[in-house]
Design a protein around this ligand. Sequence first.
Ligand SMILES: NC(=O)c1ccc[n+]([C@@H]2O[C@H](COP(=O)([O-])OP(=O)(O)OC[C@H]3O[C@@H](n4cnc5c(N)ncnc54)[C@H](O)[C@@H]3O)[C@@H](O)[C@H]2O)c1
Length: 273
Amino acid sequence: MSYVEDLFSLSGKRVIITGGAGVIAGTMAEALIKAGAKVCLWGRGTHHPVEEAVKRVAEKTGKPNAVSGVTVDTGIEEDVQKAIEKTIQVMGEPNGLINAAGGNKGKSSFVDVDIALFNEVMHMNLLAGLVIPTKYVAAYWIKNNIKGTIINLTSMGSYVPLSGVWAYDAAKSATLNLTMATAKEFAPYGIRVNAIAPGFFIGHQNKALLIKDETTGELTDRGKAVIAHTPFARFGKHEELAGATIFLMSDAASGFVTGVSLPVDGGYLVQNI
Ligand SMILES: NC(=O)c1ccc[n+]([C@@H]2O[C@H](COP(=O)([O-])OP(=O)(O)OC[C@H]3O[C@@H](n4cnc5c(N)ncnc54)[C@H](O)[C@@H]3O)[C@@H](O)[C@H]2O)c1
């Protein structure tokens, strides 16, 4: 193997990706498989069935044996426990977890905040998006002495509030906090926890918020504001998340890195006046 392959090969990695039918999850799955890993996509099977996502990743990578899927709502504890058992059957023991379930929903002034929706978005991004899968996968690793690696999905809203999306901001700042807190908690077991903070990439969940007309590519006012605030003056291309994903999943490349959130944001967080 070349020096670069030694550093970045993910051969022997078996990675669960939650929100596996999502856009960012699909990109990360492709990157991991191309670097030698096996991937099990966990999806809710509602709007975007996980079988379709598995087929797509298999076709794009040309490696159908490297990708499998399990239908599970990661917000339900018992279902996640069962999904770990199924994953072991279809992929083998997992030693990586990417918490990519989540998304933004609704926008309002604070005084008009809809409490039911607030709870739903918090639950989706914090409990389904991090706490429940991490709890059960890490428990399995600790019990079986597996030195696993976790990557969470933080956001620009983890650092600086995004206007009008109160629950998303609250949940995503909590995912940044819990990335650090669980990194400390699991370090004695050799488990690393990091995060990737994407700037703005078009996903299923934010398309309507950012793009007014898909045929012409005309942006909403929110979409225009994002571009104006991003020094690179564009949305991210999904493949630009591949390098950060492989780096943080590879023990050879990032074995002493834990508790960090890596922005991939075209400079969004360093914008000034
Ligand atoms: N797209 C961006 O610009 C961006 C920026 C920062 C952070 N993120 C985060 O990255 C992650 C992926 O976003 P995306 O843009 O690919 O969105 P997406 O909507 O394409 O994918 C998210 C997936 O999560 C799934 N999901 C939600 N709740 C679930 C649950 N309880 N159980 C199982 N699956 C569930 C959805 O069904 C969907 O398939 C999210 O956490 C999002 O907040 C995205």
